[in-house]
Structure formats: structure tokens, C-alpha cells
Design a binder for this molecule. Structure first.
Ligand code: PLP
Length: 441
């Protein structure tokens, strides 16, 4: 009997044995193609020798040294490299151990920044519905997914949520993309006006929405308009790139493709690529200077921030992505996967939309393509699909509640950046089999 407190008490997952490239193997020897990198984590697959060697080498020097006493070569080198490749203006990196911690650090830094510059009335966060920013209480309050928030709502701080930029369902028939964007911007401006701009601390969003919407990129100019509003109103723009960052969409930072720089950016998942737990919060020089010239320290911290072994792993991941140019494979591989998905499922009666950027792609499942009617949530179509795919040896990331946190289903694909053509075919074939095994009536 297991004493592990597993995710689902009724469902004991198989024991993992080892990884090989994009495959994981269970103890029975069954192979699983990792079509979602777990949850958009394993961008280099499961056996990258460059990364594992870097971890071993670091362990032979020193595994851990508390940041209350030391900095380390791997942390210094990683911060330098991240900033060298980050959107302009970002200048400092605060290392944490995962995505939720990165978001908590971002929120607390935003608050402390306004205290340091003498604007203590700024504390309100505006985020978006159907977003996910993590499961710790601040991150959960910031996220807009109704189902995830609901049981904990008495514990959550008051956050404003405006509409997501989700053209498939949000853009009206006959409405141009530009008009849709105008409408979203007007909604945000109204929310700011309702509370008073000088009470708003930050706008928080995922550039390409992952877990809760399934690979949804913004419409053109959306983030440029958001950036302009934030600049005009003195609001910090926090972009959560925990899932879509670190090359997943074809550029190291997803927001590069939107032509803007955030004030604060969070990354995790692909940063350590699963080889070590690590996340990071990057902030502008302006924010850092306000702390440096004010109280002199960020009133935050965890035991494992700046963990040398985790930083060594992430440094090796960036070497693979940037110096060894794995990153340049993402856009062409993503285009090849998108083409295959459109060929295979473009006319599928129950796939309403295929979208995404780079190797961060989503398929939305609908009961009826013409009306976009969703499946009855009690059918748990997404859970059926996950189970059928896993039985066929495919790991993918289906989720429900796409439309409003309760109805709607999608499946997110976020495979490793090292897939061969044959493995792209295998992914699509196995997804097809899983859809056939799912009751979609
Ligand atoms: N932010 C985003 C956009 C995410 O997708 C996630 C996780 O899926 C998180 C934050 C939380 O990250 P973690 O699960 O590492 O705490």
C-alpha cells in the first residue's frame, strides 16, 4: 500500500521507470510518448546528457548553499544569460523553485515597489478570467478559473477579472479582430476607471494561455494596447510565462512575438525542463532600483531560492536551447505539427478550433462545430480522452472548463523540442486513436 498522497486518491498511477528522449517508460516496460512534456515542462525530453552532466558536475562541487550567506556561479551565470536574452528593460532575476512561487514573488514585488515609491494605495490586481497562475493562495486568487478558485474562495484576496483574449469564443460573428481588441481594451479601461487607476498595482496575464484555455494566443496588437494603458496609468505589467516561456512558442520569451516588454515576467517549467525544480521572476531595472534605493531588501524569500544545482541544470538547458540552437527547431516543428493536426482533425466533427504558437498547441472539443456547443460536463470528455491516450501510450494534457471554468473541453499539446518527423506522426496517430476511443456523442 502506498503512503504517497497522490493527486487522485482513487487512481494510482503506474510507477515510472526511466526516460529516453521524448518517451517515458513504466515499470512494466510500456512506452509513453510525452506529447505534453507532462504539463509543458520537459522541453528537452527525458534523457538529455548535457543537462544531467551539468547537474552531476555541480553536485560534485556543492549541492546547496543558502542565499542568506552565499551566491553561486550557476546562479550568477544563469541570471546573466537570462537577462542577456530577455525583453529589454528586464534586469534582475529572482530564482525560486516553481511557477506558483514565481507568481507569488511577482505579486509581492509589485506591492513592495509601490510602497517604496510612495504609492501605498496601489494594491489591486487586474487579471483575466480563464487564466491559471498557480495553486498557492496569491496565485490562485490571481487566476480566473472558476473551478479551481471556488472551494478556496473564502481564503482568496479580492482580484478583478476581465475577459480573456479568446477569439474563438469571444469575437462576435461579423466583428473584426480590431473591433474585438477594442472591446477588450474598453473592458479593461472600464475596470480601471471603476476602482480608480491610482489603486491598481498590476495587470497580470499569460501571453499565450495554457492550462485553462489550451494554447490561446492573443489577437494582433492586444498586448501593445495593454502596455500603453499600463504605461499611461502607472500600472505594472506582469506577464506569466511559466508555461509559454523558455522557447515553448518559438522565441525564448513568448512576449517577444507581441513586441512588448513586461515590467515583471515569471518563468518556470521549461527553465529546468523537469531536470530540476526551478522558476524565476525577472524584473525591470526600474523596480530593482526602487528597492535598492529604498528599503534595500525585498521582503520575501524561501529556503531554496537560487538553489545551485537547480541553477546549474537551468544553465545547461539554456545552453541547449540557445548555444546549441535547439530553440530554432521549435517554430518549424510547431508548424509541422500544426499542419498534421489540421490535416487530420481540421474537418473532425467534434474539433472546433486548432490553435497555438510554436510547440504550444490546443484543440478545442465541441459537441457541434457549427454552434460551438460544448459537451455536457458530466460526460467528462477531457478525462476520457486523457485516459484513452495514456492507455495508447500518449501523454497529452486535456482539461475541462474551457469556456467558463465549468463547461468546455480542450487538449493541450506541448511536446519536447527534439521530436523527429516520425514522432510527430506517432503523436497525431495516437491522439486520433484516443479521440476514437472517447465517447463524443
Ligand atoms: N503560471 C502558469 C501560466 C502555469 O501554467 C502554471 C502551472 O501550470 C503556474 C503558473 C504554476 O506553476 P507550478 O505548478 O510550477 O507552481
Amino acid at each position: 500500500m502506498s503512503h504517497v498522497f497522490s493527486r487522485h486518491t482513487q487512481n494510482q498511477p503506474p510507477l515510472v521507470s526511466h526516460g529516453d528522449g521524448p518517451y517515458l517508460f513504466d515499470k512494466q516496460g510500456k512506452a509513453y510518448l510525452d506529447g505534453s512534456g507532462g504539463a509543458a515542462v520537459s522541453c528537452l525530453g527525458h534523457s538529455d546528457p548535457h543537462v544531467t552532466a551539468a547537474i552531476r558536475a555541480q553536485l560534485d562541487k556543492v549541492a546547496f548553499a543558502h542565499t542568506g550567506f552565499f551566491t553561486s556561479d550557476p546562479a550568477e551565470a544563469l541570471a546573466e544569460k537570462l537577462i542577456r536574452h530577455a525583453p529589454s528593460g528586464l534586469d534582475r532575476v529572482y530564482f525560486v523553485s516553481g511557477g506558483s512561487e514565481a507568481v507569488e514573488a511577482a505579486l509581492k514585488l509589485a506591492r513592495q515597489y509601490f510602497l517604496e515609491i510612495g504609492q501605498p494605495e496601489r494594491s489591486r490586481i487586474i487579471a483575466r478570467r480563464q487564466s491559471y497562475h498557480g495553486n498557492t493562495l496569491g496565485a490562485l486568487a490571481t487566476g480566473g478559473n472558476a473551478w479551481r478558485r471556488e472551494p478556496f474562495s473564502p481564503l482568496l484576496m479580492d482580484v478583478s477579472h476581465v475577459s480573456a483574449c479568446y477569439a474563438y469564443r469571444g469575437q462576435h460573428d461579423g466583428e473584426s479582430e480590431g473591433d474585438y481588441c477594442d472591446r477588450l481594451i474598453a473592458e479593461l479601461e472600464a475596470e480601471i476607471a471603476k476602482h480608480g487607476a491610482d489603486t491598481i498595482m498590476a495587470f497580470v496575464a499569460e501571453p499565450v494561455v495554457g492550462a485553462t484555455l489550451g494554447g490561446v494566443p492573443p489577437v494582433r496588437n492586444y498586448y501593445k494596447r495593454i502596455r500603453d494603458i499600463c504605461d499611461r496609468e502607472g500600472i505594472l505589467l506582469i506577464l506569466d510565462e511559466v508555461m509559454c516561456g523558455m522557447g515553448r512558442t518559438g522565441t525564448l520569451f513568448a512576449s517577444e512575438q507581441d513586441g512588448i516588454s513586461p515590467d515583471i515576467c515569471t518563468v518556470a517549467k521549461g527553465l529546468g525542463a523537469g531536470y530540476q525544480p526551478i522558476g524565476a521572476m525577472l524584473c525591470s531595472g526600474k523596480i530593482y532600483d526602487a528597492i535598492a534605493q529604498g528599503s534595500g531588501f525585498f521582503q520575501h524569500g524561501h529556503t531554496y531560492i537560487g538553489h545551485p544545482t537547480a541553477c546549474a541544470a537551468a544553465g545547461a538547458v539554456l545552453e541547449r536551447l540557445i548555444d546549441q540552437d535547439v530553440l530554432s527547431q521549435v517554430a518549424p516543428l510547431g508548424a509541422a505539427l500544426m499542419e498534421r493536426l489540421k490535416d487530420r482533425f481540421g474537418q473532425h466533427p467534434h474539433i472546433g478550433d486548432i490553435r497555438g504558437r510554436g510547440l504550444f498547441l490546443g484543440l478545442e472539443l465541441v459537441q457541434d462545430r457549427s454552434t460551438k456547443a460544448t459537451f455536457d460536463p458530466s460526460l467528462k470528455v477531457n478525462a476520457q480522452l486523457k485516459k484513452a491516450a495514456f492507455a495508447n501510450g500518449l501523454i497529452c494534457y486535456p482539461m475541462g472548463g474551457t469556456v467558463d471554468g465549468r463547461t468546455g473541453d480542450h487538449v493541450l499539446l506541448a511536446p519536447p523540442f527534439i521530436l523527429t518527423d516520425g514522432q510527430l506522426d506517432e503523436l497525431v496517430d495516437k491522439l486520433d486513436l484516443a479521440l476514437k476511443a472517447t465517447n463524443l456523442s
